[in-house]
Design a protein around this ligand. Structure first.
Ligand code: NAP
Length: 274
């Protein structure tokens, strides 16, 4: 896609928003934070005309959505409707949490969604609200060098303690926002519709935590626990590995490569490189 008129990124202060603003810095990129456009309200009139809208703004507090379903829907569903009203080609970001995790093998685009949580339901409704001409990029377990995410939390915890309890019965694809942003650029040259864009490989959260400590050279034992021990309000799919069945789907590097890239970005050399 030619990007002569520029790119609009919503949720620009979020971890994916930051990565997309960086990826498209060679085009005129307008990144709007929540202060500049609260997407639960219609778009401000003075927005510039653009070639594409990359809509990342979302209610991402999965547990909080259980007790605030209307607020979560206003941002996720209403916000996507408002982004579609801009009338420009639109990319929206959806989630592995639209699936129930019972399939036991990788989910592809034609698999039937069945979200377990309020968050997952609002994201599925958002897919419909995006319209038939939109790209729906389903991704999973995002991490990057900004915002609160699992990698940054484990780096902090691993530096403070010598043991951490992490769930070992949820499996997915931890996806580095830098790699996802590169795949989004490729996606713009593919037809619209649902696309699964997640890192290659898969792991449990406990395995991911162990890899983070190993790569960062931190000595912290991972005690493997079951999801039910955490008693979180929102149910999570036990298995939500995403793969694409579509010809020409952008391929992302393995999650471990993403982890190394993220640590480099955070200024930490991986233990292997030392
Ligand atoms: N994180 C994941 O593991 C994951 C997995 C699959 C799909 N996704 C999807 O990927 C997209 C990006 O996620 P992310 O990880 O980058 O999330 P994030 O870091 O939580 O960023 C979301 C951004 O949206 C903003 N936002 C929240 N409510 C808003 C509103 N009403 N109006 C405008 N902006 C609002 C937030 O602003 P504040 O900081 O001010 O709240 C934040 O900057 C989302 O659509 C998410 O559902 C995420």
């Amino acid at each position: 896609m030619e990007l002569s008129r520029g790119v609009l990124v919503t949720g620009a202060a979020g971890q994916l928003g930051v990565a997309l603003c960086e990826e498209f810095a060679d085009s005129a990129v307008a990144g709007l934070t929540r202060t500049e456009w609260d997407v639960s309200a219609p778009p401000p009139r003075e927005l510039p005309g653009v070639d594409v809208v990359l809509h990342t703004a979302a209610w991402t507090d999965v547990d909080g959505a259980e007790t605030h379903p209307q607020e979560a829907a206003a941002v996720n569903v209403g916000g996507t409707q408002h982004a579609a009203e801009l009338g420009a080609p639109l990319v929206v970001f959806s989630t592995d949490y639209v699936f129930d995790g019972r399939k036991g093998e990788p989910y592809v685009e034609s698999d039937a969604p069945n979200p377990l949580s309020v968050y997952g339901r609002t994201k599925l409704e958002a897919e419909a609200a995006a319209g038939e001409d939109a790209w729906i990029a389903r991704t999973s377990w995002l991490f990057g060098w900004t915002s609160t995410n699992f990698v940054r939390t484990m780096l902090r915890v691993g530096a403070e303690r010598n043991e951490v309890a992490v769930v070992d019965d949820q499996r997915g694809c931890p996806t580095y926002v830098g790699h996802l942003a590169g795949a989004v650029r490729e996606l713009l040259d593919r037809p619209p519709g649902v696309w699964h864009l997640a890192a290659d490989g898969d792991c449990s959260w406990a395995e991911f935590a162990e890899a983070i400590f190993e790569e960062a050279g931190l000595v912290c034992r991972v005690r493997r626990i079951k999801t039910e021990e955490l008693a979180r309000p929102a149910p999570r799919p036990p298995y939500s590995v995403l793969r694409s069945e579509r010809p020409g789907a952008p391929r992302l590097p393995h999650w471990r490569e993403g982890l190394r890239a993220c640590l480099d970005r955070l200024g930490l050399e991986s233990a292997e490189a030392r």
